[in-house]
Design a protein around this ligand. Structure first.
Ligand code: ZN
Length: 336
């Protein structure tokens, strides 16, 4: 079967005509297969949703019990048929529950990887390479200038700064799903066992990660109005980046503002956001990880979804791979 007949871009998202389902649709559809819980991939309002248990739970936490009329749990590595199309879910290493979706029919296998990464993350299963004919890749950091340093080294920078400025609060901006828990887990791995304070917007997801067996150590709410400024001296506080502009951020003494994001590689973004301590920690692949992964899948064809497509398309051409951009709309850097 021609790959373009097996999966094709539609305004709603990536559609499989023989299976009559969409992957990560951005509009409500009859049947959706969802790669992970970030809000640009997992939306509410579909009739039937198939996803890993964690992704279903995360959608329930964010959208409420009635986020879909019907749900079906996908077990990693298990093959199922939807109208004769064989599908399976495999770890993507992006956030808890994240999966790549392999779609196979008529001797052709396409892997839609959603968002993925290869670097260390104690909070989710590591990316698994799935051999395929066509690999679909995101391109958030698909430029050779993007090379993420080891996440551990970035967190060490943070702890050095905490030791250096015991009178200041370290305020870390990290997105609520995935990044915040990864940052906390990495801090713990480096042996920091003081309580870590979290913004109210992170509580439910941190609780859920703990429920799924992740040790985040002692977390305390950073939202009590009764606390005085000095209570937070020398402490680490994690919150969503959006909270930094709020009154909430003003309760901390002379804060060192840090932001955990792959974009912290770009000086202009660091300046724009007024970040004092940039932490280059990404839940997406850098250039080397992208090209390494594409090679490992053995795919002869690459389809590129959201992000910067041109460099990957050019790289594919130079490396003898057929490549095309899918021009899917509705996916953002939100989760980064
Ligand atoms: Zn994502």
């Amino acid at each position: 079967m021609r790959a373009s007949s097996l999966l094709q871009p539609r305004p709603e998202g990536l559609y499989c005509p023989p299976g009559d389902f969409f992957i990560d649709p951005v509009r409500p559809v009859k049947r959706a297969l969802i790669t992970h819980g970030h809000s640009d991939h997992a939306r509410s309002g579909h009739a039937h949703v198939m996803a890993t248990r964690e992704t279903l739970d995360i959608m329930r936490l964010r959208y409420g019990e009635d986020f879909a009329s019907q749900t079906q749990e996908a077990r990693l590595g298990e093959t199922l048929a939807i109208n004769e199309v064989r599908i399976s879910f495999h770890p993507a290493g992006h956030v808890l529950g994240s999966a790549q979706i392999a779609v196979e029919h008529g001797g052709t296998r396409i892997v839609a990887s959603g968002d993925y990464k290869r670097s260390e993350d104690p909070t989710c299963l590591a990316f698994e390479t799935v051999p395929c004919d066509v690999f679909i890749s995101e391109a958030t950091f698909a430029l050779p200038v993007f090379r993420h340093p080891p996440a551990r080294d970035e967190m060490r920078k943070l702890l050095d700064s905490v030791a250096q400025f015991p009178e200041r609060t370290h305020l870390i901006g990290a997105y609520a799903l995935g990044k915040a828990q990864r940052v906390i887990a990495l801090i713990r791995k480096l042996g920091y066992d003081e309580p870590i304070f979290i913004h109210g917007a992170l509580i439910r997801l941190c609780d859920y990660y703990r429920e799924r067996g992740l040790d985040l150590g002692q977390l305390l709410p950073a939202t009590q109005d009764s606390a005085s400024k000095s209570d937070f001296a020398g402490k680490i506080v994690v919150g969503p980046p959006s909270a930094f502009a709020d009154r909430w951020a003003r309760r901390f003494p002379d804060p060192v503002t840090a932001f955990a994001s792959g974009w912290m590689r770009v000086r202009q973004r660091v300046r724009q956001r007024g970040v004092e301590l940039p932490l280059i920690i990404s839940d997406h692949c850098d250039w080397d990880e992208l090209t390494q992964t594409i090679r490992e899948t053995g795919a002869s064809e690459l389809w590129v979804t959201h992000g910067r497509e041109e460099a990957l398309l050019r790289w594919s051409e130079l490396n003898g791979l057929k490549a095309r951009p899918l021009h899917l709309v509705g996916y953002e850097d939100e989760a980064e």
